[in-house]
Structures are given as C-alpha cells and as structure tokens.
Write a protein that binds this ligand. Structure first.
Ligand SMILES: NC(=O)C1=CN([C@@H]2O[C@H](COP(=O)(O)OP(=O)(O)OC[C@H]3O[C@@H](n4cnc5c(N)ncnc54)[C@H](OP(=O)(O)O)[C@@H]3O)[C@@H](O)[C@H]2O)C=CC1
Ligand SMILES: CC(C)(CO)C(=O)C(=O)O
Length: 343
C-alpha cells in the first residue's frame, strides 16, 4: 500500500466508519481523534465496525491532534459542528499545499471551514447514514443512508472525481452533486425533525410518524424552507425526505414523504438521533445550536422570523444545562408555538 494516506480527523461514529471501510478497501488511512483510548484502540488494530450492515475489525496509524506529525493532501473532517472551528485550526498546519478538507458533517460547516482555511480548500459532503460510537474502537454502523459529495461551486474537478471514487469505496451509491448546498439545506429541514425528536424519548420513526405532531413537522420544515428560499437554495431530498412536497404544501406528497421517512427510520439499529444520544446517553452538550446558527443568522439577515427553531435551540440548551428534562412534554411546548404563531 504506497498510496498517500487519507487523514480522518474525528474518528468517531461517522469518521471511524468511513475510515474503516476505506482501510478495508485497501486505502492508506491515518486517524486523528481527541479520545486517547479510542486512538490507542485504532492504532492497535482494534477498530471494530458492527451492526446490520457490516462486521469487521481493522486499524491503522492513529494519533491525537497533539501527537500527529506530517502534512496530508486529503482530509475527511467528521467532528460535531461545535468543534469544527477548533478542529480546523488544529488541522491547518497538517494540510499539504494543494490539500483539501471534506466536511462529512451535519450543518453548514463548509462556511466555517471556508473562513478558516479558505474556500478553495473545502469540499462539501452530506451524510445520512446512521452510526454510534459505543466505546474505544467500538462503532455501530446502524444503517446505510445517503452519501453525497461536491465542490462548493459545483465544478467537476479532478479532485472531486477522486473524492467521489473514494467515497464509493465506502458506499457504492455515493452521489456526486452539482449543488451540495441543496443537500445540506435538505438535511437542515429533515434535521429539524431529528432535533425536535431528541426532546422526547420517542424513536425518530415514532416521532416523525405521529399524526398529532404533524403540525409541528410542517411548521419546523416550513421555517427552514423559508430561510432556504431567501438564500436562493432549493433543498434536495433523500431517504424519503421530499422538501418539494412540504414547500408546495401538497398533502398527498407530504403523506408519502412522512411515510417514507418513517419507514427509513424504522429500518435502523440507531433508533434515536445523535442529538438525543448526546443528551440522554452521553450527557454532554450537543451541536444543535452550532448546526442551526448559520440558518438563524441568515433568517435575521432576511428579516424572517423563526420562533420554532429559536425555541428548539433554547429547549435543547435547557436540557443540556439540566433545567429541563427529556420526555417532560417538551414537544408540547413547541406545539403551543405552532398554535400561536403558525395558526
Ligand atoms: N452519528 C450519526 O449517525 C451521524 C452523524 N452526522 C454528523 O457527523 C458529524 C460527526 O458526528 P459523529 O461521528 O456522530 O460524532 P462522534 O462524537 O461520534 O465523533 C466525533 C469524534 O471527533 C472527536 N473530536 C472532537 N473534537 C475534535 C478535534 N478538535 N480534533 C479531533 N477530534 C475531535 C470527538 O471526541 P469527543 O467525543 O471527545 O468530542 C469524537 O471522538 C457531526 O456533524 C454529526 O452531526 C451525520 C449523520 C449521521
Ligand atoms: C439520525 C441520523 C443518523 C440520520 O439518519 C442523524 O443524522 C443524526 O443522528 O444526527
């Protein structure tokens, strides 16, 4: 194996899964993560992917940011949104001349990365597969989901063809997009449902499928779509999510999309969102606010009110601080806003 290594920065659920598959496909992969025990497990050949999709153990050179040496041309970044700026600053000295960073994250991290590293060094990506980090070297790959990559300006460059081919070694259906931001905004709409579901102990499937919560689903997606529209973005759908159905208010298409999203989320070994897992299991701050920050900033710029998204971020913050408790009817708090503002 004499290929130049791919650097995975943030080797948790998403980065660890992608890196393990690339390693298994024969690529040279170097892993970086903050969690020392996880880094030690990977370096010792103990990175295990388990679950319904695949089961294998691999490993590779692994470092903490403090112990990494060298410069890399191809970097895949998979830290949570609130860690993006710190990770970008730490990885910048390790980026080779002409090197680039692929953001395999939720949110609009490409904007943060562009500010810190320069837009020419950033490649956009969107991932909707499910995975959970369960402990050092132990990752559950719960279900396949959309994997999309694209240059920020949509160009078909040699490097994007290379990255697309690479990601197809992870998921053969990986898509090369002309408009990666349309996918990222698609995930922001769908992600608003995931975040709201994290305020309950319902599974994602039960939350999205609940008829009583339909007004909340429509209003949350409606707020995201209003901001996307003002930003001249027409979000693209995936895995059952059909943004056009919601934008047009087409009841039949909305029913179909809700049914498809519900079915997609029933067929996973990860029944809850990453945000729920951070709140309820890992009991640590989430990246909900960081994911939505650029959306809310854009909303303010366009003079668009986003009372539900604002309240969603506030409620997740209240759970993070221990002021509110998941399962304590927090979704009713959101529904009350729908009744008042979106009536
Ligand atoms: N898990 C999933 O199913 C999905 C996740 N996503 C998105 O993918 C991205 C990654 O999420 P996920 O893999 O779940 O998160 P994880 O927490 O499982 O993995 C992220 C890893 O990066 C580490 N890390 C944090 N900061 C740094 C840093 N500065 N340098 C190096 N490593 C760092 C974390 O350490 P520590 O734990 O100590 O912070 C953690 O080990 C997020 O944007 C998420 O929203 C998208 C789709 C699905
Ligand atoms: C639920 C999932 C895996 C998308 O299907 C997700 O994006 C998350 O946990 O944040």
């Amino acid at each position: 194996m004499n290929e130049e290594p791919i650097l995975i920065w943030g080797a948790g659920a998403i980065g660890g899964t992608i890196g393990a598959f690339l390693r298994r496909a024969g690529h040279a992969v170097t892993f970086v993560d903050l969690v020392e025990e996880h880094v030690a497990a990977i370096a010792a050949g103990g990175l295990t992917i388990r679950g319904p999709v695949a089961a294998f153990t691999t490993g590779g050179p692994a470092f903490t940011p403090a112990t990494l040496v060298g410069r890399f041309r191809r970097v895949i970044l998979a830290v949570k949104a609130h860690h993006t700026a710190a990770a970008a600053a730490a990885l910048a000295p390790h980026l080779a001349e002409g090197g680039f960073v692929v953001s395999a994250q939720n949110g609009l991290n490409e904007l943060v990365l562009s500010e810190i590293l320069g837009a020419s060094r950033v490649i956009g990506a969107f991932v909707n597969f499910g995975a959970d980090w369960h402990g050092p070297g132990d990752i559950l790959y719960a279900n396949r989901g959309a994997v999309v990559v694209g240059e920020l300006d949509g160009a078909r460059t040699p490097r994007i063809l290379d990255v697309h081919a690479l990601l197809r070694d992870f998921d053969a259906d990986a898509v090369l997009a002309d408009d990666i931001f349309a996918y990222l905004w698609g995930k922001i709409g769908y992600g608003a449902l995931l975040k709201a579901s994290a305020l309950t102990n319902e599974t994602i499937a039960d939350f999205i499928g609940a008829p009583a919560l339909r007004p909340l689903h429509l209003a949350l997606i409606g707020e995201v779509m209003a901001v996307a529209g003002a930003e001249q973005v027409r979000p693209i759908g995936f895995n059952g999510y059909d943004p056009d159905a919601f934008a047009l208010g087409d009841p039949v298409a909305i029913d179909e999309s809700i049914a498809a999203m519900t079915a997609f989320n029933r067929a996973t070994a990860k029944p809850h969102s990453g945000i729920w897992r951070d709140l309820a299991v890992r009991r640590r701050p989430t990246d909900a606010a960081a994911q939505l920050a650029p959306v809310l900033t854009a909303a303010r710029r366009h003079g668009i009110a986003t009372p539900l998204l604002d309240r969603l971020v506030a409620l997740i913050g209240a759970v993070e601080r221990g002021d509110r408790v998941i399962g304590d009817g927090l979704e009713q708090d959101l529904l009350a806003i729908v009744g008042k503002v979106h009536a």
